[in-house]
Design a protein around this ligand. Structure first.
Ligand SMILES: *Cc1c(COP(=O)(O)O)cnc(C)c1O
Length: 420
């Protein structure tokens, strides 16, 4: 028997199946894994074809705009997040910047939770104001977010699990608040594992971004980022999309308007394009993401419980701990685990860190290897002290991204470094 199932279409595929199957055609001579199209430009047969491609950018012309390997990765990311379209870019920073710029212009305003990746706080506090886009960073509660909304607020921003505080936003409530004020909700879902632990679009978010450098790539070998848009957003409320009248992007592009604008800005015009080789590595990483993140979440929970009971360790923060103030929301929005990152306080980070012999000191997340940093002096070091504290960082805090090593080896390494 050949032919399509009538009961299992690609739309029905589970995360694990979509992660290894999406983006690879079936058929005679097709590659089994994802091939790399290492090419800067693509051919046209006629003048008309070239002209039409330059007008519509629907296919392939020049690889700054689109490349078949990058497109295959984008299809896979769209399937995993349950979105309408994805634009893959060179880094997570490029994705955040593109997402914000696609809905805000000079005079507009962003409301964000303050427990943020340092680079996002930097964009909101330092870079976007140069373009006339202002931001209010506030506590991660619906009440604080609502109080910060202004008539010119176009975007509400939060992370699925705040970095590094481990706080979980009430995504559905934030979506309601944003939409009531004519704004969109953007969620940085890096810690949500590309839709494996959390799919913010299903809870009302309009835009999801990723640092694909983290769990998607998964092996600490590649940089990448992505912006995925959902199907539900109502762009007609945003003046950027309606000011142009009949010629506005919305009129021309319908429900693809937002994704089109993101590709236009991030890749086409600003050139923050993902390389095909990086797209290939990220697509490979996605194939084992569910296995890795399941294992890493189990290990992270066991280590969080063990650290909580350790006499040398101060506050342990992990949304999977029943005592965590974020546990209820984590149970509502996360499935398959509570993520691979925890923070804990040690009396003397400068003495603790160099004693580690399995765990490495490095500023990355989602690697197969367990990594630690001291956010106070590194990832969040450039923020004013009050902002560091608002992000959940103290001078004693260690942030740990748990890898796939055996639990017992990590526990013994931590015990040794803690002094017994
Ligand atoms: C790392 C990270 C980013 C930035 O991604 P890059 O790929 O380093 O540019 C953004 N958001 C979060 C939550 C991150 O962890």
């Amino acid at each position: 028997m050949t032919g399509p199932h009538d009961d299992l279409t690609p739309d029905d595929w589970s995360f694990e199946t979509a992660a290894v199957q999406t983006g690879i055609p079936r058929g005679l001579g097709e590659t089994v894994g994802m091939p790399i199209h290492q090419a800067a430009a693509f051919q046209f047969a006629t003048l008309e074809e070239a002209q039409s491609e330059f007008q519509l950018n629907g296919g392939f012309s020049y690889a700054r705009i689109q490349n078949p390997t990058v497109r295959a990765l984008e299809e896979r990311l769209t399937a995993l997040e349950g979105g309408a379209a994805t634009v893959a870019l060179a880094t997570g920073q490029a994705a955040t910047f593109t997402a914000i710029l696609s809905v805000c212009r000079a005079g507009d305003h962003v409301v964000s939770t303050s427990s943020l990746f340092g680079g996002t706080a930097g964009l909101l506090n330092n870079i976007l104001p140069l373009m006339g886009i202002s931001a209010t960073l506030t506590e991660n509660t619906p009440e604080a977010i609502e109080a910060a909304m202004q008539p010119n607020t176009r975007l509400v921003w939060a992370e699925t699990i705040g970095n590094p505080a481990g706080d979980v936003p009430d995504i559905a409530r934030l979506a309601e608040i944003a939409h009531q004020h004519g704004a969109l909700l953007g969620i940085d879902n890096t810690w949500g594992g590309v839709g494996y632990l959390c799919r913010p679009l299903e809870h009302g978010a309009d835009i999801v971004t990723h640092s694909l450098t983290k769990w998607a790539g998964g092996h600490g070998a590649v940089l990448g980022g992505s912006v995925t848009v959902g199907t539900q957003h109502d762009l007609m409320r945003n003046p950027i999309y309606t000011d142009g009248g009949e010629n506005s992007i919305l009129m021309l592009r319908g429900d693809q308007a937002l994704a089109w604008r993101q590709r236009w800005f991030g890749a086409h015009q600003l050139g923050m394009t993902l390389s095909p080789h990086s797209a290939f590595l990220i697509a490979q990483g996605l194939e084992t993401l569910a296995l890795r993140l399941t294992r890493e979440s189990e290990t992270a929970l066991a280590l969080a419980q063990w650290l909580e009971a350790h006499p040398q360790v101060g506050r342990v923060s992990y949304p999977g701990l029943p005592g965590s103030p974020h546990h209820t929301l984590a149970q509502k929005y996360l499935r398959g685990g509570f993520g691979a990152v925890l923070t804990f306080e040690v009396p003397d980070p400068a003495a603790f860190l160099p004693r580690l012999q399995v765990i490495r000191i490095a500023p990355n997340l989602g690697d197969t290897r367990t990594l630690v940093v001291h956010p106070w002096t590194t990832t969040h070091g450039r923020l004013p002290e009050a902002s560091r504290r608002a992000a959940g960082v103290s001078a004693q805090t260690i942030r740990m991204s748990v890898g796939v090593e055996r639990l017992e080896d990590l526990r013994r390494d931590l015990a040794w470094a803690l002094g017994g």
